[in-house]
Design a protein around this ligand. Structure first.
Ligand code: GLU
Length: 418
């Protein structure tokens, strides 16, 4: 889909979802105005000398949406479709997400419009350091803490910390998702996918469905999609299809995940050419006969044009903003249960919080503790959303927004606005 069209939809979508919850909560117009406006939006020029010697000019964004519950938090995206509208939408989603899982943060998001596959490592490093040069006064451990998102890696986070430290002294808590050998925390890499997987199991149990043998289709095989697949495969689910931007592969009996992971590692993350299944397109994957569909890539992929073709009774939103409101309404009508992004993919930011706590304690957490605490936090949030959805007879999405928006609203009132 064309970029501006898809971001227009996702910003409208999040506003529609917000308003639905705000109606349920009886929020005043003035509170709605306050909660839907970003606190600060920054756009900067990033001129960088490329390996060829030419100068290329990139544009970087950081939107700090809301700080009522704590320092603002959210990833940094490197993707050609990044624009201010998309970053603004994703920043607001972070505000509701941190509130749903009740961690002491607000929401933010950043991005640079570029295709990381087309830049060398040295060029990516220069872009990252120049971006930090431009915004280092606007973020930091108590203000706004970036993290990985689509197209960014632990290495990028290491450059951010290193560059930030040149201005502000040793401050590992200024960014999360760092490499474990460079002030990161074990388990951050797998956290979003692990969270998606464990919430999928909780939802299957709550719906009275069997876990072993459940047929799972996953769109996207990057950090989130691959860790989700691994977690659910270990839980004896059948991964019947996965895809990436170039197409996918399917096998009704279940893909051999270890082989697939090995193949993707050997082919710069791509799954094309994998011989352990039949090829399928992304459109076919979304319409596949399966028990759980997990969009784990771009936003705006479930639309009014393909919502009727979806055959899965359960959708888990591992991606941010994958479902347009028209599609959401169709799923509601058809009784398809959707676990919303602001809960489903909150495992990443939750473990980012552990990393930040660890950095501030000058202490080192172990993997077991990370996994245990992650499970506890996601489990509590899931139960609260589930119960609210039952008691108020609303969808899981509206319940999650009610919980998140309600918490941010209360913090705003308690803190006062003077
Ligand atoms: N980019 C991730 C998200 O969308 C993680 C953000 C973070 O760890 O701060 O939730």
């Amino acid at each position: 889909m064309h970029s501006s069209e898809s971001t227009r939809h996702s910003s409208e979508a999040t506003r529609i979802y917000f308003d639905r919850a705000a109606d349920q909560l009886d929020l005043s117009d003035s509170m709605r105005g306050l909660l839907t406006t970003a606190k600060r939006e920054v756009q900067v020029q990033i001129p960088v000398e490329m390996d060829s010697g030419d100068v290329a000019t990139f544009i970087g964004y950081r939107v700090q949406h809301n700080a009522a519950r704590g320092p603002m938090k959210g990833g940094l995206r490197y993707h050609p479709q990044v624009d201010l509208n998309e970053v603004r939408t994703l920043a607001a989603l972070m505000t509701w997400k941190t509130a749903v899982v009740n961690i002491p943060y607000g929401g933010a998001k950043g991005g640079v419009a570029l295709d990381p596959a087309k830049l060398s490592q040295r060029e990516l490093e220069r872009v990252t350091r120049r971006f930090v040069d431009a915004i280092h006064d606007l973020f930091g451990p108590d203000v706004d803490i970036p993290a990985p998102d689509m197209g960014t890696t632990p290495e990028v986070m290491a450059w951010i910390m290193n560059q930030y430290n040149k201005y502000h002294g040793f401050s590992p808590a200024c960014v999360t998702g760092k490499p474990v050998e460079y002030h990161g925390i074990p388990g951050r890499d797998e956290a979003t996918g692990r969270g998606v997987g464990s919430l999928t199991l909780k939802l299957l149990s709550r719906l009275g469905r069997q876990i072993p043998g459940s047929r799972i289709a996953i769109q996207g095989f990057g950090n989130v999609g691959s860790h989700t697949a691994k977690f659910l495969h270990d839980a004896e689910c059948r991964i019947v299809a996965v895809s990436d931007a170039f197409g996918g592969v399917q096998k009704t009996a279940g893909l051999d995940l270890l082989q697939l992971l090995r193949h993707s590692h050997a082919h710069s993350g791509r799954i094309s050419g994998f011989s352990g299944g039949d090829p399928l397109t992304n459109a076919e994957l979304l319409a596949l006969d399966c028990d759980v569909l997990i969009p784990a890539a771009l936003g705006g992929v479930l639309t009014k044009d393909n919502a009727l073709a979806v055959r899965a009774p359960i959708i888990i939103e591992a991606a941010n903003a994958p479902t347009e409101p028209e599609a959401d309404a169709i799923f509601d009508d058809r009784g398809i249960v959707v676990l919303p992004d602001i809960l489903a993919n909150a495992g990443g930011v939750t473990v980012s919080w552990f990393e930040w706590v660890q950095n501030r304690q000058h202490y080192q957490w172990g993997m077991n503790r990370v996994r245990q605490e992650l499970d506890r936090i996601l489990g509590e949030a899931f139960e609260q959303v589930w119960q609210l959805s039952l008691s108020r007879k609303v969808s899981l999405r509206t319940a999650a927004y009610m919980l998140g928006v309600g918490r941010v609203g209360r913090a705003t009132v308690l803190g006062g606005i003077e």
